[in-house]
Design a protein around this ligand. Structure first.
Ligand code: SF4
Ligand code: FES
Length: 248
């Protein structure tokens, strides 16, 4: 395939940034999107140009690093995949592909397609954990009976990889699907009950401090989430928040 790429280039967070057009040729349909980006970068390096900066790590849909907005969709046109799992067979010869960073006030651009998503880390630090006494007298977690349905739902919530596609997709740049998943994975389990009220208050408070918007109720986040995190998690977070508020 021969392709035209329109890519957001921005030298630093202070730079205004602009779309720049590139051509790549002989791209195999079996390549992943990131492999296609590697071909472009090798070409740019050979020509003495600065390669396009983009985040990636695992390249197998686990780490959530590969945040790219491709043809107006977070992680591109396929469903249930991250950018590293997106294959070039989703495109055709002669296509023009637009590639931008995830855009949200709380995710400032660092360089080109790399954005700062440490806001998610700070939300996690605010409450995305349980405190366990590790003195040696801790009860074995496997000794606590958990209903199959609760275990399944908690596991589903825990599949969130913190990629930020939900934020990038939302008109309000809301992080509620992410925070809903992180609150839910503990709210559904007995181990999460002790700190449940403090957790949801602290995480929601941090989410607001970071500048994420409110939920639009349009469900775009659920559609674009590569891990199929359900809107149910937002509803559960709202219930947990209400419960915690009434508790005072
Ligand atoms: S909820 Fe989905 S889209 Fe949002 S950060 Fe988690 S995995 Fe990514
Ligand atoms: S590089 Fe890890 S999910 Fe894409």
């Amino acid at each position: 395939m021969n392709l035209t790429l329109k890519i957001w280039r921005q030298k630093s967070s202070a730079d205004k940034g602009q779309m720049i057009e590139y051509k790549v040729s002989e791209i195999s349909e079996h390549m992943s999107f990131l492999e296609m980006m590697d071909v472009l970068n090798e070409q740019l390096i050979a020509e003495g140009d600065e390669p396009v900066a983009f985040d990636h790590d695992c390249r197998e849909g686990i780490c959530g690093m590969c945040s790219m907005y491709i043809n107006g969709e977070a992680h591109g046109p396929d469903r249930g995949v991250t950018t590293c799992q997106l294959h070039m067979r989703m495109f055709k010869d002669g296509d023009t592909i637009t590639i931008e960073p995830f855009r949200a006030k709380a995710f400032p651009v660092i360089k080109d397609l790399v954005v700062d998503r440490t806001a998610f880390d700070r939300i996690q630090h605010a409450g995305g954990y349980i405190s366990v006494n590790t003195s040696g007298n801790t009860q074995d977690a496997n000794a606590i009976p958990i209903a199959k349905e609760a275990a399944d739902e908690a596991m589903d919530a825990a599949t969130c990889i913190g990629c930020g596609a939900c934020v990038a997709t939302c008109k309000n740049a809301s992080a509620m699907l992410f925070v809903g998943a992180k609150v839910s994975q503990y709210a559904l389990l007995p181990q999460g009950q002790v700190e449940a009220a403090d957790r949801v208050m602290a995480m929601v408070n941090q989410m607001d401090l970071e500048g994420f918007g409110n939920c639009t109720n349009t469900g775009a986040c659920e559609i674009e989430c590569p891990k199929g995190i359900s809107l149910e998690n937002i509803a559960r977070m709202n219930r947990e928040y209400l419960k915690a508020s009434l508790k005072g």
